[in-house]
Design a protein. Structure first.
Length: 292
């Protein structure tokens, strides 16, 4: 991916371990609050009881999620893959956003310009109050169901169907949302009401491209200006684009704060390392920014 700053030009910066008492820098961040980028991963939802992907608790019936989240797994055993997604949907419905999600929503309200890029397919950021207009779900939305062949898709948390005529003014594929079967009440494999192909979860699987529209929203935000503060929380930063976006956003002297109990591929680039859980660190960081 083309990078304005180019990751290779960015020197590893001094990364002092972040101590609870060492919060003075937050005062400086406050002056940068004009423009902020937050990138989150599974660790932010971990304290809501949603298992991470790569942690020990991420395994589902001894199956590696990394191997289930592929087009090949779906082609081989769509029932197994749907079973996994149905259970994940159910767990997410029962979960509540935690204080880390809430802190991010609060930060958004105080920044002049704000973008949240989340790799999480759950809806906990939204339920904590983050606005969809300021959020990019770069790996999709688990509550979207889309056709594996044509462009039919429908959203919703699996509740009751929308009222007839709800989409009368919208394009055909929007209208189909209201007549598509509700998966959660239906143990069978869902079929597309238009072309008959298997429906699949609206998430990005390994080996698939990122959704172009969502990538473009991130790129537009980065193109407009750099950020005063970039917070990357709860992700192993496995994918190059996560590191690329964090570096480009902070490349003009912005703080790059990593919140993660573990070292990651991003750690060596961070200006601040916060080796704590997101639910402990983010409310404190955001409070200090707000209340300085
Ligand atoms: P991972 O499961 O790879 O990593 C979770 C990260 O969160 C690890 O770095 C943990 O150290 C950290 N962590 C765990 N608990 C935490 C807590 N309470 N507070 C803060 N951090 C905590 O999840 P992601 O990095 O989000 O993609 O994974 C990225 C992508 O890989 C996922 O979106 C998914 C997966 O394959 C696709 O499905 C395309």
């Amino acid at each position: 991916m083309a990078s304005r700053c180019g990751a290779s030009n960015i020197k590893c910066r001094d990364t002092p371990a972040f101590r609870a008492a060492d919060l003075e820098f937050i005062a400086v961040c406050r002056s940068y609050l004009v423009r902020a980028l937050v990138i989150t991963g599974a660790g932010v939802s971990a304290e809501s009881g949603i298992p991470t992907f790569r942690g020990k608790d991420g395994y589902w019936r001894n199956l590696d999620p990394i191997k289930l989240a592929t087009p090949e797994a779906f082609a081989r055993d769509p029932e197994l893959v749907w079973q996994w997604y149905r259970e994940r949907r159910q767990r997410i419905r029962e979960a509540q956003p935690n204080v880390a999600h809430q802190a991010i929503a609060r930060l958004a309200q105080h920044a002049d310009e704000f973008l949240l890029v989340t790799q999480n397919v759950d809806d906990l950021h939204e339920r904590a109050g983050s606005a969809k207009a300021e959020m990019v779900q770069i790996h999709g939305d688990i509550f979207v169901t889309r056709c594996s062949r044509c462009d039919v898709s429908y959203a919703g948390r699996g509740g009751s169907p929308e009222p007839p005529g709800a989409h009368a003014d919208e394009p055909e594929n929007e209208r189909l949302r209201s007549i598509a079967p509700t998966l959660e009440n239906n143990g069978n494999l869902p079929r597309c009401p238009q072309c008959g192909a298997l429906m699949r979860p609206g998430v990005v699987w390994f080996g698939e491209p990122l959704p172009a529209r969502e990538t473009e929203r991130v790129e537009n935000y980065l193109r407009r200006d750099s950020c005063g503060v970039v917070i990357v929380a709860g992700t192993t930063a496995t994918f190059g684009y996560i590191i690329d976006w964090a570096l480009r956003a902070s490349c003009r002297g912005g703080e790059l704060i990593e919140v993660n109990p573990e070292e990651t591929a991003l750690s060596r680039f961070a200006t601040r390392l916060v080796r704590e859980s997101a639910a402990i660190a983010l409310p404190r960081i955001v409070d200090r920014m707000m209340n300085f």
